[in-house]
Design a protein around this ligand. Structure first.
Ligand SMILES: C[S@@+](CC[C@H](N)C(=O)[O-])C[C@H]1O[C@@H](n2cnc3c(N)ncnc32)[C@H](O)[C@@H]1O
Length: 260
């Protein structure tokens, strides 16, 4: 077992998952709610699986209203999910975390990944930014209940969180097509930024690992595929559930593809 896999196996995901999750209907293939109270065994089987668990949804604004059907789930799309434990373990390993490191996570969601980070680096060292106030509130409560001291900030993660900088590590848990420069600027020289990168509309982009240099630029490589939902940006004009986070300027950051 890798250290990341061990962390995921040690920290229970269940206390972080809301009582209502969203699953693909066998009949229609669309996302429908599953309430823990209605079917605790199925709810638990999703939560304890290796799969992502959808925890928040919205109407797909790309569909005309008359094509949306809340009863069948047609037109409903995921806006937040707890990522699959294997990808979370891989990201933890990629970050090469050590106790005492200061970490900024962008995209708190349920708070589970923030708890995994805090489990490794220690209490009071993880800051996590979430744009959805309801999700941020849920994560704060779950982290509090489970005893992890993480600072959850409600806001647009494109700006990072300068008050806590410099960070040893910055990790984004949703895909971006442009790395906001704030993430590079708020990482100490020698520190690492890990970002699922989706340069096109398709969510299956690679995971980019960038090391920040003394000159304020970041360079790195891609370490394999990572399927992530996209960030939304309050600065962008498209509706929140379809746009991809693009806030910040790529000035000074550059990436280099992995060889081989
Ligand atoms: C894949 S989920 C994160 C999963 C989370 N790390 C967990 O352990 O549950 C991505 C999250 O990014 C959030 N998000 C999207 N755009 C954002 C933005 N601009 N700033 C901060 N958070 C954002 C979404 O609301 C969603 O909760």
């Amino acid at each position: 077992m890798t250290p990341g896999e061990k962390t995921v196996a040690t920290v229970d995901r269940e206390p972080f998952i809301p009582t209502t999750i969203y699953v693909r209907s066998d009949d229609t293939g669309w996302l429908v709610p599953l309430h823990r109270g209605d079917d605790p065994d199925t709810w638990r089987s999703h939560v304890h699986s290796d799969q992502p668990v959808v925890t928040a949804t919205d109407y797909d604004p790309r569909l005309p209203e008359h094509l949306r059907d809340p009863t069948t789930g047609r037109g409903v799309m995921a806006t937040s999910s707890s990522s699959g434990p294997p990808i979370m373990a891989r990201m933890l390993d990629t970050l090469e975390l050590e106790p005492g490191m200061r970490v900024l996570e962008i995209g708190t969601g349920t708070g589970y990944n923030a708890a995994l980070l805090a489990h490794i680096v220690g209490d009071g060292l993880v800051t996590s930014v979430e744009s959805d106030p309801a999700l941020a509130g849920h994560a704060r409560a779950a982290l509090d209940t489970t005893g992890y001291q993480v600072s959850v900030i409600t806001g647009d993660g494109a700006a990072g969180h300068p008050d806590g900088a410099p960070y040893d590590r910055v990790v984004a848990t949703a895909a971006v097509h442009t790395v906001p420069y704030a993430w590079v600027a708020q990482t100490r020289p020698g520190g690492v930024v890990v970002v699922p990168w989706a340069p096109t509309f398709h969510p299956d982009g690679p995971l980019a690992v960038l090391t920040v240099g003394e000159d304020g630029t970041a360079q790195g490589r891609f370490v394999g595929p990572a399927h992530f939902s996209r960030y939304t940006s309050s600065a962008s004009t498209p509706p929140r559930s379809t746009s991809c986070m693009s806030g910040g300027t790529p000035r000074g950051s550059r990436t280099a593809p992995a060889s081989g």
